[in-house]
Each structure stands twice: as structure tokens, then as C-alpha cells.
Design a protein around this ligand. Structure first.
Ligand code: FAD
Length: 496
């Protein structure tokens, strides 16, 4: 292991995957430098603070808590020494046009709720979640930590057995429809797929593992905001000796033969032994690598199915709002139509669904006394034209529906407002087509069918993050960082 000691790795990007890979590499003795183009650490999971409000810019749903805990355990650390995690009850609520359904923290209560909505659905939920739990456990044990460099990794008896157990080749839609008929129950089961990636008919049934996490493990929240998790990763990285270069964009790779020998940044050259990029894969390939070294063509990227972009509003409200919970999904319009307008016929939605996060329902530390911190997100197709007028048009539509639900006019109480959309994703993160959540988890883009974590020709270049394995979301990005770092170390040891 001592051979790794003098080796210098450059990690591009300080998002979740970059931070986790940096921690793992430094823990194994490498000299790790993280280069981040933005002033703040955290990538899509950054925060910003203004006028007494602290807004999480991206993630707000904390699912798969074991992934976070296990990451800290790897280094003999306890996540709970870094963050104060609370479990939400209700986990979330869904607002339909004729009723609001709250998803209780206790699974037994959820079973009763399902039974009330559809006769027999309570028992079906138990069966569905039992199966989803097996998928979750099997995936965590056998699949997600595979580097997915080749199909051969999956031709192992235990993995083949697991694949059948996971019903990998059936669609999520077919799977869910076998259990439930009521449209409201279908929307409860399908929304994580829709918000994070693709149409349920194009998504493998494997991803019902997300339902296990959301409905059985529950929804958590770190007091102070999701960014507390970023602070925890950052603190651990510093403890391990990682050096951060923020406000430093990597602009080009310089190669000698098949090796990157130095990177160019806006602050000068930096010599490296290895490069691990957690920036959007497409950006690393198309903007940083000389053309002759690129693995994937522009045509390839154009043919990929991307997870949605988003129109986001961060609002500071100078009073308390009744009726909202921490997580609120507004499904008071046709869910299928909005889904089609994201995935099949990309356009600004006719009648949008949206999500409202009001974390001050749980946490008073992120807003001035008596005020609410509100985050609104409307998923949209990637690469739509993004103008101030369009943002405002949708703000009015959303505010009207929100106000109708809460039963009061809050427009005079909005004391802070910031919008964020396609153009910001492109300029802040170099996000391909302004995607928010990376590459969608479709069947044709799962495991070894995703862009590879290791460059085919450039011997010292690796990729991590939500555009490669295992996929989008904070927990998968944690796993991605860890598994790519391990691959890099393994390759080193093989050569040595
Ligand atoms: C609005 C939104 C809501 C979300 N909600 C949830 C949620 O509720 N729950 C959940 O689990 N997940 C959620 N996600 C997804 C989750 O945030 C991401 O999957 C995860 O944070 C991605 O991490 P990453 O490391 O792959 O990428 P990123 O966070 O994008 O990190 C990449 C970093 O690379 C930097 N970079 C790019 N180019 C360069 C360059 N040339 N030089 C230097 N640095 C560069 C970028 O600035 C960025 O900081 C959400 C995402 C968004 C955008």
C-alpha cells in the first residue's frame, strides 16, 4: 500500500461522488487534490445563504439511509457524530385535486391506508415491499458495487440468480400494475421513477427498490439542511488530508502518449499521476479531452436518455404557511400528460406537476424566526429554451395552485425569490443539455450499458458520478465515488 503514498490524484468536481472518491483515495494513502469550478463545495448538493435563509440548492429527499451510514462506517466513523438526522412523519404528502394523502412514517399505517383506497391493496403492498426489499438487499450486496466494465462481471451464477430474483427484464410499469389498479396508488409508487429518470414503462422493475426505501425505510432529514451531509463529507475529507482548490476550473488535459501528465486550470498547470473526473461525463470527454482520445461521439450523447432538468424557485416567506408538510407533491393535474411532455414529446408542460419542499416545518435553523423556507421544483425536459418570461409564466401558474391549496395569498409575503433552470445547470455545472439528475436509469442504460468508469484508451483517466454507474441520486453518487476510487487503486496495485 505504501507505493500509493507519493501518487497524486486530481479529482475534478466536489459533488457527492467527487467528495466520496477523494475520501476513499486519501484513506488509502494517495495525495488527493479536488478541483472545483465553483466557489462552493458540493456540486448539485450545494447550499446558499441569503437574508437569514439557508437554501439547499438540489437534493432534499434523504432515502437509503444505510448507504450514508455505511460510507462513514468504512472509516470507523459514525455519521451521527456529524449530522443530526430526524425521521419525518408524515414522510411526505401528495396533493390531488380532491384530496391529500399523507404517507405515514409507520409502515403498518401505510398498509391500512392502501387498503382504504383499494380493497386488497394493503396485502399487495406488503408483498410488493417484501419483494422490493429483496431487490434492495441483493442490489446492495451483489450489483451496485460492480464496476460494470464488462458484461462478464454479470455472468456469475450468484449474479444471474440475483438478476432473475430482481426481475430485471420486466418494466417497472408492468410490475406495479400487477399489484395495484387505483391511479392514486400507482402515482405513489411511480413518482420516484418519474422525477428521477424515465417513464415507468422504460424503467426496469429492479427500481422498485426505491419504493422499499421511501415507504419502508422512511424519509429522513439532516437538521440544518441536506448540505450538512456535504459538510460531513468535507470534514472527513479534510481529516484524511484532501486538498481543495475551489473556484478553479479544469480547462484541458495534456497527454503524453496514453497518459494525462498535467491538467490545465484557470489558475495554472497541475501535474498528476491519475485523474478522476466527477464532472458531467460528457463535459469531461467533449471539452477537456483532445478529440482523438474521446470514447463517445456527439451522436452517442445525443442518443442517450437523460433524466429531467428542472425549473426551481427558492423562496423566503415572512410568515408561517398552514397546510404544507415538509415534502409536498402537487399531483392535482394529469401525471401522464406531464410525463409525456418530459420524456416523449419534450416541451414546456401544459399543466405541470410540481414539488414543494418546506423544510422549516421540521427545522427552524434555516430561516429567520416565524418565516418559511420554500423550495419549489417542476421537472422539465432537458435543453428547453429557458427565458425569464417562461420562468415567470410558470411561477405564476405554480403560485396560483399553491395558494389555492393553502387557502391564502402569500405573494405579498415573498421577501426573497431566486429562480434556477436549464441555463444555470449548464453554466454552473457544465451539465449536458442542462440536465439536473444525469443519465436516466432505463434498461438500455443500466450497469455495463452505462458510460464506463474507466477510459478505454487514456490509461490514467476515470469517471464517477451520476452519469455513470450506478446512477442518479445522492446514495448512488456515494457508491459511485467509492467504487471508482477502488477500481483506480486496484489498477494501481495490479500494475505495481
Ligand atoms: C434540483 C435537484 C434535486 C435533487 N433532488 C435529489 C433528492 O431529493 N435526493 C437525491 O438523492 N438526489 C437528488 N438529486 C440528485 C443528486 O443531487 C445528484 O445525483 C448528485 O448530487 C450528483 O453528484 P455528482 O457528484 O455526480 O455531480 P455534481 O454534484 O454535479 O458534481 C460535479 C461537480 O463538478 C464540477 N465541475 C464541472 N466541470 C468542472 C470543471 N471543468 N472543472 C472543475 N469542476 C467542474 C461542478 O461544478 C460540480 O460541482 C437532485 C439533483 C438536483 C439538481
Amino acid at each position: 500500500m505504501y507505493m500509493l503514498n507519493n501518487k497524486k490524484v486530481c479529482v475534478i468536481g466536489s459533488g457527492v461522488s467527487g467528495l466520496c472518491s477523494a475520501i476513499e483515495l486519501a484513506d488509502k494513502g494517495m495525495e488527493v487534490h479536488v478541483f472545483e469550478k465553483n466557489k462552493e463545495i458540493g456540486g448539485r448538493a450545494r447550499k446558499f445563504s441569503v437574508e437569514g435563509f439557508t437554501f439547499d440548492m438540489g437534493p432534499s429527499w434523504y432515502w437509503m439511509p444505510d448507504v450514508f451510514e455505511n460510507f462513514f462506517k468504512r472509516y470507523d466513523k459514525n455519521l451521527h457524530d456529524y449530522v443530526n438526522l430526524v425521521k419525518l412523519d408524515p414522510g411526505f404528502q401528495i396533493i390531488y385535486n380532491n384530496e391529500t394523502i399523507q404517507i405515514p412514517e409507520k409502515f403498518e399505517e401505510l398498509v391500512l391506508l392502501f387498503e382504504k383506497i383499494e380493497k386488497g391493496a394493503g396485502g399487495q403492498l406488503i408483498k410488493f415491499i417484501e419483494e422490493a426489499e429483496i431487490k434492495y438487499m441483493t442490489s446492495m450486496k451483489d450489483l451496485v458495487f460492480n464496476p460494470s466494465l464488462s458484461i462478464k462481471e454479470f455472468i456469475r451464477l450468484d449474479v444471474i440468480k440475483a438478476t432473475f430474483k430482481l426481475n430485471l427484464f420486466s418494466s417497472f410499469k408492468t410490475h406495479v400494475n400487477k399489484f395495484f389498479k387505483h391511479p392514486k396508488l400507482l402515482s405513489i409508487m411511480e413518482f420516484p421513477i418519474l422525477f428521477l429518470g424515465a417513464l415507468p414503462k422504460n424503467t426496469p422493475a429492479l427500481y422498485s427498490l426505491m419504493n422499499y426505501s421511501g415507504l419502508k425505510q422512511g424519509t429522513f432529514y439532516p437538521i440544518g439542511g441536506f448540505s450538512k451531509i456535504i459538510e460531513a463529507f468535507y470534514d472527513l475529507a479534510i481529516e484524511k488530508g484532501v486538498t481543495f482548490h475551489s473556484d478553479t476550473a479544469v480547462t484541458k488535459f495534456h497527454l503524453t502518449g496514453k497518459q494525462i501528465d498535467y491538467i490545465e486550470t484557470n489558475k495554472g498547470r497541475f501535474f498528476v499521476d491519475k485523474v478522476l473526473s466527477s464532472a458531467d461525463y460528457n463535459h469531461t470527454e467533449q471539452a477537456l479531452l483532445p478529440i482523438i482520445h474521446r470514447t463517445y461521439s456527439e451522436k452517442y450523447w445525443d442518443s442517450r436518455v437523460f433524466a429531467p432538468s428542472s425549473l426551481i424557485f427558492y423562496l423566503g416567506i415572512n410568515k408561517r404557511i398552514e397546510n404544507l408538510e415538509h415534502h409536498n407533491l402537487f399531483f392535482d393535474e394529469d401525471i401522464q400528460k406531464h410525463a409525456m411532455e418530459i420524456y416523449e414529446d419534450p416541451k414546456w408542460p401544459t399543466k405541470p406537476l410540481f414539488y414543494v419542499c418546506c423544510p422549516t416545518k421540521t427545522d427552524k435553523t434555516i430561516a429567520p424566526d416565524g418565516m418559511e423556507n420554500v423550495f419549489i421544483l417542476m421537472p422539465i425536459a432537458t435543453d428547453l429554451s429557458d427565458t425569464e418570461e417562461l420562468r415567470e409564466k410558470y411561477f405564476k401558474i405554480i403560485l396560483q395552485r399553491l395558494q389555492k391549496y393553502i387557502g391564502e395569498d402569500i405573494s405579498p409575503n415573498i421577501i426573497y425569490k431566486r429562480s434556477y433552470c436549464v441555463a444555470d445547470f449548464k453554466s454552473d455545472y457544465n451539465a449536458f443539455k442542462g440536465n439536473a439528475y444525469g443519465l436516466a436509469n432505463t434498461l438500455k442504460q443500466t450497469a455495463f450499458l452505462k458510460p464506463k468508469i474507466k477510459h478505454k484508451k487514456v490509461e490514467n483517466l476515470y469517471y464517477t458520478g451520476q452519469l455513470t454507474v450506478p446512477g442518479p441520486g445522492v446514495p448512488p453518487s456515494i457508491i459511485s465515488g467509492q467504487l471508482v476510487a477502488n477500481q483506480l487503486i486496484k489498477d494501481y496495485e495490479t500494475v505495481i
